[in-house]
Design a protein around this ligand. Structure first.
Ligand code: PGA
Length: 263
């Protein structure tokens, strides 16, 4: 089973619209030319319209970082799937910063995943254990819950990406080891296999995220279980991000010229 490698940049709450435009400018042509990797940028909501224009005709996709599960209504400050569906293809859901700073439960994440799929958006579901959970040997239990609850009553679909992001590795400069990440990703794949089916589980891209840089990406990508990365801090620097994507393309070595622009 060939899974197309996937690299997404999660810009979080960084970049003004102007800065976002500049960042895209700095990498657009070179990023566009890298083949065999699905490339996704996830800027703040307010930059999505501008960037979606800049990316038109390129092989680079866009994602949002969050969304509400309702289509519209009295939810001050929220953004709905309906607002996003013409602007981007992906949406990050259940990021640990949403879970822990904004109190998003698995139940809320589940509703969001359902709403995203219903509106033609592809969710990037984030799961990951906190340091105390890892130290208590509870990683698999935590991940099992997050995956099963997050995907509860969702019709099996290939249009979802899962990102394993141990909370202790996010923004800390302390990435998991590639072996650790691969083992947990394998566990996630088995969990999806039990919940949905072996075939779909084999086709899903499952990423690693947490302190990925151009200096350590080459440790992760050779692991057959790891289909790419969700990159935070390092995605804010054009050269860093380009290097991460091109190393991934070189290591996974998938060449799909016919698929260009259609991934
Ligand atoms: P980081 O963030 O690469 O800055 O650790 C990853 C993420 O939160 O997606």
């Amino acid at each position: 089973m060939m899974r197309i490698p996937f690299i997404a940049g999660n810009w979080k709450m960084n970049t003004t619209v102007h800065e976002a435009e500049e960042l895209v400018h700095d990498m657009l042509e070179r990023l566009d030319r890298i083949e065999g990797v699905e490339k996704v940028l996830c800027p703040p909501f307010i930059s999505l319209p501008t960037i979606s224009e800049l990316l038109k005709g390129s092989s680079i996709k866009l994602g949002a970082q969050n969304m509400h599960f309702e289509i519209k209504g009295a939810y001050t400050g929220e953004i709905s799937p309906l607002m996003l569906r013409k602007l981007c293809q992906f949406v990050i859901l259940g990021h640990s910063e949403r879970r822990w700073y904004f109190g998003e439960s698995d139940k809320i994440v589940n509703k969001k995943i359902k709403a995203a799929i219903e509106n033609g958006l592809k969710p990037i579901l984030c799961v990951g254990e906190r340091l105390e959970e890892k130290e208590a040997g509870r990683t698999e239990e935590v991940i099992d819950k997050q995956v099963n609850r997050g995907l509860n009553n969702i019709k099996p679909t290939r249009n979802i990406v899962i990102a394993y992001e141990p909370v202790w590795a996010i923004g800390t400069g302390k990435a998991a080891s590639a072996e650790q990440a691969a083992a947990t990703i394998n566990f996630i794949r088995n969990t999806v296999s039990k919940l949905w089916s072996k075939d779909i589980a084999q086709e899903l891209r499952i990423l690693y995220g947490g302190s990925i840089t151009s200096s350590n990406i080459a440790q992760f990508i050779p692991q057959p279980e790891i289909d790419g990365a969700l990159v935070g801090g390092a995605s804010l620097r054009a050269e860093e991000f380009l290097s991460i994507v091109s190393q991934t393309a070189a290591i996974k070595g998938i060449s799909l010229p016919a698929e260009r622009g259609k991934l």
